[in-house]
Design a protein around this ligand. Structure first.
Ligand code: ADP
Ligand code: MG
Length: 340
């Protein structure tokens, strides 16, 4: 019998990886904006057409890329953020897997303009379905500007799976909210079909950022949380019980400036509110945890929203105690009247 096993070409491997990393236009927004943050940008503009079907454009004023790096960036497992396995236990950047750009370029038409601040000229690259169509020297602004068009052009099943524009836009807005809350000091604009959705100034603090996303009404309902232990520091805000909603949507955990989903820690917050919430309602919270990067594992899923903690139950206790203390200080009594 002849041997039958072959190594897949990179373009196919990238397309397979893309299936996990890029699920919808919102994933493209997330990956590109996270790259802009890692590049040290203080201003990021996200320009979307037709909920990302026609265009996802992300431009930043970050460090930019050299001509060689601009091409390298699209290779699989190509990253400037880690160098060796040990670095995985000390991650301070949003990215480190080196697969987002390779994935996006495998399933879309990508244009990149990038220029380093001390460089006279920039680089333009166009890649479609992992194939470089054009690379040339160009005049462009400092920083990086990505235009992603024709997403999923060669993955018909994915394209068909996309929901209505309003649903896809909602996913994009959710991603932008998470990133904007995680990085209040960064200026972020989101434009959809020429209309501004968010225009968040750089230099915000957490409270200002929360208000610019959820509206002025939330401001007097924010109760500060501030806890410092050797294991974890927690800051941010929890909402007054009377501000709780019947639906989820204003619950956010961040760890080392990264949004995370954590149903177990969510229960710690819920328990702290026990008996002071109307039934079936959810308190708002914006809790920012800082831990030593070697106590967490971010590398569980390509989208990195799941995070494993080494001392999960101890952190759980600290979260619960901090929220309880914050609520206690603000004299939130068990017998408040709920406006139902
Ligand atoms: P990762 O972020 O995991 O390193 P990506 O595929 O997202 O992988 O990006 C590959 C590399 O391209 C990054 O490590 C970075 O060096 C470079 N890069 C990507 N986006 C930008 C940007 N907006 N500004 C500067 N460099 C960037
Ligand atoms: Mg990245």
């Amino acid at each position: 019998m002849p041997d039958i096993i072959q190594l897949l070409p990179d373009s196919v491997a990238n397309q397979i990886a893309a299936g996990e990393v890029i699920q919808r236009p919102a994933s493209v927004v997330k990956e590109l904006v996270e790259n802009a943050i890692d590049a040290g940008a203080t201003q990021i503009t996200i320009n979307i057409k037709d909920a990302g079907r026609t265009l996802v454009q992300v431009s930043d004023n970050g460090c930019g890329m050299s001509e060689t790096d601009a091409r390298m960036a699209f290779e699989r497992h190509a990253t400037s953020k880690i160098r060796e396995a040990n670095d995985l236990f000390n991650i301070r950047t949003m990215g480190f897997r080196g697969e987002a750009l390779a994935s996006i370029a495998a399933i879309a038409d990508v244009e990149l303009y990038s220029k380093q601040h001390d460089s006279e000229v920039g680089t333009f690259i166009n890649i479609v379905g992992s194939r470089v169509q054009k690379q040339e020297v160009t005049q462009c602004a400092n920083g990086t500007n990505f235009l992603i068009k024709n997403l999923f052009f060669n993955v018909p099943a994915r394209r068909k799976f996309l929901k209505s524009n309003s649903t896809e836009l909602k996913h994009i807005i959710n991603e932008v909210q998470r990133i904007a809350l995680a990085n209040p000091e960064i200026g972020i604009s989101l434009i959809h079909n020429q209309d501004p959705v968010y225009e968040m100034a750089s230099g915000d603090n957490i409270r200002k950022r929360v208000v610019s996303i959820f509206g002025k009404g939330i401001n007097q309902n924010l109760i500060p949380v501030n806890t410092e232990t050797s294991l974890v520091s927690i800051k941010g805000f929890v909402g007054q019980p009377k501000y709780a909603r019947k639906t989820y949507g204003e619950q956010f955990f961040f760890v080392n400036n990264r949004f995370m989903k954590h149903p177990f820690f969510n229960r710690a917050v819920m328990q702290a509110y026990e008996k002071i919430l109307a039934p079936d309602s959810y308190p708002a919270y914006f809790l920012y945890l800082e831990v030593n990067p070697d106590c967490i594992d971010i590398n569980i899923h390509p989208t990195k929203t799941e995070i494993k903690f080494e001392n999960e139950s101890a952190v759980w206790q600290i979260i619960q105690a901090s929220v309880r203390e914050a609520l206690g200080k603000f004299n939130v009594m068990p017998s408040i009247d709920f406006d139902q």
